[in-house]
Design a protein around this ligand. Structure first.
Ligand code: GLA
Length: 548
C-alpha cells in the first residue's frame, strides 16, 4: 500500500473556517500585497546542477551544460534556464556583497550570465533565507535587497530561495526577498524552496516546492532520507487547486537520466519509470528542470525529455494542474484540463508490479459519454474514436498519456449520497480562486433526502475593497428523488481552483471530507462514499467523498 494522502492535515486547516460560519471571504483569503511580476505564465523549463553534481560544480561545468542545452536540442524543445544551485558562493566582501567562489567561479557570476545569455538561455542562481545555505555557504538573511541588486547586475533571471539555517518567520522572510527582487529593477522568477506547501506561497512566489528533496528512485527508498517519485506525486496532488498562470506547484527537479549516478541518493530508475516521472510532472504542470548531465544523455533520456507532445501538456496555457480523478487501487486515472473545448490529457498510471489494463470513462474526466478521439502522446499516434471510455494495457510502474477530445458537459460538481442512512446537517462549502482572489461560501441543506442544486453565483458578488459582498453559492432548485447536490459554475471567468468540502452527520457521528478540482470548465462528480468509511470509535476511517 502506498502512504495515505494528507487529507487529515488539510482538513485541520479548514475546520476553523467552517466553524466561523460566515458566507463572506475570510481574512486568510483577503487580497494582500501579492506577487505581480507577470512571470511564469507556464511552468519554467531548464536545467539545475544539484541532482547530478551537488557542490561539485564550477564555471566550466556550467558552461558545458549550457552548450549541451543547445547542441542536444533541449533549447529547441523549450528548455531555457541554466540554474546554478548551492555552493557557487563563498563569502561576503567588506561591504557585505555576496562573493562567488574565486577558485570555482574565477570569472565571476556576471561573466557566467553573459555566457548563458549569449546562447539564448536564461540564468538562475540559488540562495537561502537563513544565515547559511543548506550546504553551509552564506545565506541572504539581512542582505536581501543587497543580494537582489547583485543578482540584477549579473543578469540573473531566476532565484531559487532555500529554507535552511533560518530562525526568523518564514513567510516574512520569503516576502522580504519577493519585495527585494521587485525592487531590483530586473524581472526575476522567484522559486520558493521551503519543502512544503503553505497557502501564502502562491501570492509570494512564481513556484514553490511542495515536498522534501527528490531521490533518484521510483518508489520507497528506505534510509535515503529523500522522497521517491511515487510519493512526491501523491503529495503534490493535494495542492492542484492552487496552480495557475503565474504560480505553479514545484514537486522538485527531474532525475530523468541519472540512473543512480547522480550525487543525490537513489539507485536510479528504469526508462519506463523515468517516463512516468516526466509524464506526471507534465500532467501536474510542474516546472521541468532537468537534473542530469546534458553532455552525456543516452537516446532514451533525450526522447523522454524532448517529446514535444508531452512538453505541450506541461506548457498548456490554461495552467491547470492535472489531478487524480479515479483511484482503482493499484491503477489510477489522472486528468488535466487543457485548452480547447472538450479536451483533456489523461494519465493512466499502473502502480502494480505487473502490467495491467487501465480504463478511463469519459464521465470521470467531465466529458459526455459519446464519441471522443484518443491520441497516445508517447507513441505520438492516434488510436481512434471511442464511445464511453478507453482501455489500454499499461506496463508495471508505467503511464499511458492520452489526449482525449470529446464533448464538454455542463459546468457542475455533483455530490451524490450513496449511504442508505439518513444524512443530516449537511454543509457544502466551496473555496475557489477567481482572478487570483479567494472566494469562500457555503450552503446548509439540512437533511439530505432530496435533490438540491447549489450554484456558484459569481455574478452576484463584488469585492468592495475589504470583502466580497453578495451570495457566491446559492440554492437554485429542489426535486424529489435520489439525493444529489449540484454545485454549478455560472461565473464566466476562469476558476483556477475549487475545493468542495462537506460536513454532515450520519448515525450521530460527524463526517468531514473534501475534494479539490480545477473547474475551469467541465463537470466533476463528487460522491459521498460512505461505503468506504467506517467509524472506529474515535474517528472516521476511509474516503467519504470521491470523484464519481
Ligand atoms: C535543499 C534543497 C535542494 C538543494 C539543496 C542545496 O536540500 O531542497 O533542492 O537546493 O538544498 O543545498
Amino acid at each position: 500500500m502506498r502512504p495515505s494522502r494528507s487529507r487529515a492535515a488539510l482538513g485541520a486547516l479548514l475546520i476553523p473556517l467552517m466553524l466561523a460560519g460566515t458566507a463572506a471571504v475570510d481574512a486568510r483569503h483577503s487580497p494582500a500585497a501579492a506577487l505581480d511580476n507577470g512571470l511564469e505564465r507556464t511552468p519554467v523549463m531548464g536545467w539545475n546542477s544539484w541532482n547530478r553534481y551537488q557542490c561539485g560544480i564550477d564555471e566550466a561545468l556550467v558552461r558545458r551544460q549550457a552548450d549541451a542545452m543547445v547542441s542536444t536540442g533541449m533549447r529547441e524543445a523549450g528548455y531555457r534556464y541554466i540554474n546554478v544551485d548551492d555552493c557557487w558562493q563563498s563569502s561576503r566582501d567588506s561591504a557585505g556583497n555576496i562573493v562567488a567562489d574565486p577558485v570555482r567561479f574565477p570569472s565571476g557570476m556576471k561573466a557566467l550570465g553573459d555566457y548563458i545569455h549569449a546562447r539564448g538561455l536564461k540564468f538562475g542562481v540559488y540562495s537561502d533565507r537563513g544565515t547559511l545555505t543548506c550546504a553551509g555557504r552564506p545565506g541572504s538573511q539581512g542582505h536581501e535587497y543587497q543580494d537582489a541588486r547583485s543578482y540584477a547586475s549579473w543578469g540573473v533571471d531566476l532565484l531559487k530561495y532555500d529554507n535552511c539555517n533560518a530562525q526568523l518567520d518564514q513567510q516574512s522572510q520569503y516576502q522580504t526577498m519577493r519585495d527585494a527582487l521587485a525592487a531590483s529593477g530586473r524581472q526575476i522568477v522567484y522559486s520558493i524552496c521551503a519543502w512544503e506547501f503553505k497557502p501564502w506561497q502562491p501570492k509570494t512566489g512564481n513556484q514553490a516546492r511542495t515536498t522534501g528533496d527528490i531521490g533518484d528512485e521510483y518508489t520507497t527508498n528506505p534510509g535515503s532520507g529523500l522522497l521517491p517519485v511515487d510519493r512526491i506525486i501523491d503529495i503534490n496532488n493535494d495542492y492542484a487547486m492552487y496552480a495557475h498562470p503565474g504560480y505553479f506547484n514545484d514537486p522538485d527537479m527531474l532525475q530523468v537520466g541519472n540512473y543512480g549516478t547522480g550525487s543525490t541518493s537513489g539507485n536510479g530508475m528504469t526508462d519506463t519509470e523515468y517516463q512516468t516521472h516526466f509524464s506526471m510532472w507534465a500532467l501536474m504542470a510542474a516546472p521541468l528542470i532537468a537534473g542530469n548531465d546534458l553532455t552525456a544523455m543516452n537516446a532514451a533520456t533525450r526522447t523522454i525529455l524532448t517529446n514535444p507532445e508531452v512538453i505541450a501538456v506541461d506548457q498548456d496555457p490554461l495552467g491547470a494542474q492535472g489531478r487524480r480523478v479515479r483511484d482503482l487501487g493499484d491503477q489510477e486515472v489522472w486528468s488535466k484540463k487543457v485548452q480547447g473545448s472538450g479536451v483533456r490529457v489523461v494519465a493512466l498510471w499502473n502502480r502494480a508490479a505487473a502490467a495491467a489494463p487501465v480504463r478511463v470513462d469519459w464521465r470521470d474526466i467531465g466529458l459526455g459519454t459519446g464519441a471522443a478521439t484518443v491520441r497516445d502522446l508517447h507513441a505520438r499516434a492516434d488510436r481512434g474514436t471511442f464511445s464511453g471510455g478507453y482501455t489500454t494495457t499499461v506496463p508495471s510502474h508505467g503511464v499511458a498519456l492520452l489526449r482525449v477530445a470529446g464533448t464538454e458537459t455542463p459546468d457542475a460538481v455533483r455530490i451524490t449520497k450513496t449511504d442508505p442512512r439518513t444524512i443530516t446537517g449537511l454543509r457544502v462549502r466551496t473555496e475557489f480562486l477567481i482572478n487570483d482572489e479567494w472566494h469562500d461560501d457555503f450552503e446548509d441543506t439540512g437533511t439530505l433526502d432530496h435533490s438540491t442544486t447549489l450554484s456558484l453565483d459569481g455574478n452576484g458578488a463584488t469585492w468592495n475593497g475589504s470583502r466580497w459582498v453578495g451570495d457566491l453559492l446559492r440554492t437554485t432548485g429542489s426535486t424529489a428523488g435520489p439525493a444529489v447536490v449540484t454545485v454549478t459554475r455560472t461565473d464566466p471567468r476562469p476558476i483556477y481552483g475549487v475545493r468542495v468540502s462537506v460536513t454532515f452527520t450520519v448515525g450521530g457521528q460527524p463526517h468531514y471530507d473534501y475534494e479539490d478540482l480545477n473547474l475551469l470548465s467541465g463537470t466533476a462528480n463528487l460522491q459521498l462514499n460512505a461505503n468506504g468509511g467506517t467509524w472506529n470509535g474515535s474517528q472516521w476511517v476511509g474516503d467519504f467523498l470521491r470523484i464519481e
